[in-house]
Design a protein around this ligand. Structure first.
Ligand SMILES: Nc1ncnc2c1ncn2[C@@H]1O[C@H](COP(=O)(O)OP(=O)(O)OP(=O)(O)O)[C@@H](O)[C@H]1O
Length: 638
């Protein structure tokens, strides 16, 4: 039989299938617990049977011996029931923790994967949802559901006394079932809506608290508190409405249960007056009915848990379904660092409008590329695509000929260094951050710090490398944060290094250190791609790519591009700035533009004369010069 695609190593594995498989395994364990439930249900019938025997055997005969024997038997059966009940609960709890074990890894994987798209409320909830789902396995709702499966056992017991009693009990059960079914639409939608609002509210508050300094300084706190209170009041009203409905349902069901027992007892007593049943039958019928209706009532009380578990499962399923498939790729050798971007169309996650529109270029191993262009041209998007964060919707990004998608994510991570535009350090020590939050290999950490000229600076911190830097590294000044992020990018000697404006917060000393790092990386043959607007930094790179509107406007040797800028041909100059001639590949194959890199034949000549470059943009100009961005008036300058 042909092997299924999902089973082939390296073939994409649907994330939703992972979740479904984990749920199926958990359901298997629940089924086993369900078998225990049958015995528990049968043993619940001990009470009616005991009462029946009392009336049938002990009372007429006044036999103490029979009474003692019956009591011992009943006690044994009830103890057995308690043990079986405990066993099934333990089984369910184990199923819950096994499910948690199976889901936590994939959920964390997905969360890390989607983190590139920025904070999303539903991802914040994901681990909480795993918790809710797993706890619900051993919860009231699950037990009630299992008991419900064996509910017919009670209905079979009643006709053993008299078939007409089944009619009465059936009617009461139907009424209670309708109540349960009514509870579903009445509460489920509202509960989901309330949860969604709660999530949005929390993530909004978290986001605002992150900007606490601005909030405090500009007197925004009362406004934020007012908004929070308004949202919290709405949430409370929702909660109250749901609670009232659930309580009304629970009370209604409890009333129905008692009325049901009264109805069955009344019917049995009436049958007694007709001489169709005995006194023992009347008592037994009442007890059987009471136990049967208790199962239905339990379902109402456990309904909240069932709803919460269902909501958590649906949200997790949506998250897994929206996640790109996972692959168990075969480990590959350490890449040399050849980068190939082929007709890449890239949109932000969840977005439909592409930012990169069929971008193509090559960078050989050890090549170094500067990416410039106006704001919004897609430079950061390109950086994210190059490290596999935002995979292309069409086209490919290849490292050493292998599509980034096919790389094992963990393995690829070891070969890639990335500094994002937002410096994303984590709560931990400097050393832990440089070591990518893994095991701190002191020698490697120090080597990475030395490579970015940071070793001495770090030694001067209060606890040196062991200084805790707080959430997002807020304890450190921005420039130092950026350099620690750079050291982290170089930790483990990766072959491909992608830096998105790594100089944004650097002072002149930091920039000098960065220049030296870039020169060293070039000498070591590491492939470097750097988004920057500073000509001084561009001179440390072989090739420059000018990006505009998601396409290659120019690409060529750095000195040629800078010379063009110096002559006033700044890309992106003025609103009507037309694309410029594309340069040939860099000497020595440092970079070869192709596809969109070449201007289509018959492209119109520039309509507007290019504006002069901004100060300092001439060739190796001053480090404060910026390329490729328009001044606020849009008049050009680049
Ligand atoms: N996470 C995101 N979700 C949705 N759209 C995004 C996201 N990130 C960027 N974009 C959009 O993609 C486009 C390109 O953004 P990108 O950050 O790549 O440009 P850029 O050239 O790096 O700009 P800048 O120099 O200002 O950083 C912009 O229109 C931006 O609004």
């Amino acid at each position: 039989m042909a092997e299924s695609a999902a089973a082939r190593p390296g073939a994409p594995r649907s994330r939703a299938d992972e979740l479904k498989a984990a749920l199926r395994r958990a359901n298997g364990q629940v089924l086993a617990a369900g078998a225990f439930s049958l015995f528990v249900t049968l043993l619940v019938l001990v009470l009616p049977v005991f009462a029946f025997q009392l009336f049938e055997r002990v009372l007429p005969s006044r036999s103490e011996q029979t009474l003692v024997m019956l009591m011992i038997l009943a006690a044994g059966a009830l103890a057995g029931m308690a043990i079986l009940d405990m066993l099934r609960r333990l089984l369910l709890l184990r199923a819950g923790s096994a499910l948690r074990h199976r889901l936590t890894g994939p959920v964390l994987d997905i969360l890390v994967q989607v983190a590139g798209a920025g904070p999303r409320p539903e991802t914040r909830q994901a681990l909480g949802d795993v918790d809710v789902l797993c706890r619900s396995m051993g919860g009231r709702g699950q037990i009630a559901t299992l008991d419900l499966v064996w509910f017919p056992v009670f209905l079979i017991a009643l006709p053993l006394i008299d078939a007409r009693l089944l009619l009465v009990a059936g009617l009461v059960s139907a009424l209670m079932a309708v109540t349960v079914l009514m509870a579903r639409p009445l509460t489920l939608r509202r509960a989901r809506e309330a949860q969604r609002r709660d999530l949005a509210m929390r993530s909004q508050l978290e986001e605002r608290l992150r900007h606490a300094p601005s909030v405090a300084v500009m007197g925004m706190a009362p406004m934020i508190a007012r908004r929070w209170r308004r949202a919290a009041d709405a949430r409370q009203r929702d909660d109250a409405r749901i609670a009232v409905r659930l309580t009304a349902l629970a009370m209604g069901t409890a009333l129905l249960r008692h009325l049901g027992v009264v109805a069955v007892l009344g019917a049995a007593a009436w049958l007694y007056t007709l001489g169709d049943v005995t006194e023992a039958d009347v008592i037994a019928a009442g007890l059987v009915a009471d136990r049967a209706f208790a199962v239905l009532e339990g379902l109402i009380w456990g309904w909240g848990d069932v709803m919460a578990a269902r909501g958590a499962r649906d949200r997790l399923m949506a998250l897994f379904e929206a996640s790109p498939p996972a692959r168990d790729s075969m480990p590959l050798p350490v890449p040399a660092g050849a980068l190939a971007v082929q007709q890449a169309v890239v949109a932000p996650p969840g977005g439909r409008v592409p930012v990169l529109k069929g971008l193509s270029f090559d960078l050989p191993p050890g090549g170094s590329l500067g990416v410039i262009g106006p704001s919004g041209a897609g430079k950061s998007t390109l950086a994210r695509a190059l490290v596999g964060l935002w995979p292309p919707a069409q086209g490919k990004v290849r490292l050493d000929g292998n599509d980034l998608r096919n790389w094992n994510t963990d393995q690829l991570g070891r070969h890639v260094g990335y500094v994002s535009q937002d410096i994303d350090l984590m709560d931990g020590t400097v050393a832990e951050n440089i070591a990518r939050m893994g095991v701190v290999e002191a020698a490697d950490v120090i080597q990475a710090a030395r490579r970015v000229g940071l070793h001495e600076t770090l030694l001067r911190l209060p606890n040196g490398y062991d200084t805790p830097i707080g959430e997002n590294g807020h304890v450190l000044p921005a420039g130092l944060r950026q350099r620690v992020a750079l050291a982290r990018a170089l930790y483990g000697d990766p072959r491909l290094i992608v830096l998105d404006e790594p100089n944004a917060f650097l002072d002149s000393e930091g920039e000098q250190a960065l220049l030296q790092t870039l020169a060293a990386l070039r000498n070591e043959g590491r492939t470097v791609v750097m988004v920057t607007q500073k000509p001084a930094l561009l001179t440390a790179l072989e090739t420059v790519l000018v990006l505009r509107d998601g396409q290659v406007e120019m690409m060529g040797p750095c000195k040629d591009i800078l010379a063009k800028f110096a002559r006033g041909g700044a890309p992106g100059a003025g609103q009507g700035g037309s694309p410029k001639q594309v340069q040939g590949p860099a000497p020595g194959g440092a970079g070869s533009p192709k596809g969109s890199a070449a201007p289509p034949p018959g492209r119109p000549p520039p309509k507007a004369p290019p504006s002069p470059p901004s100060s300092g943009s001439s060739g190796g100009g001053s480090s404060s010069g910026r390329l490729g961005r328009r001044p606020p008036d849009g008049s050009g300058g680049g």
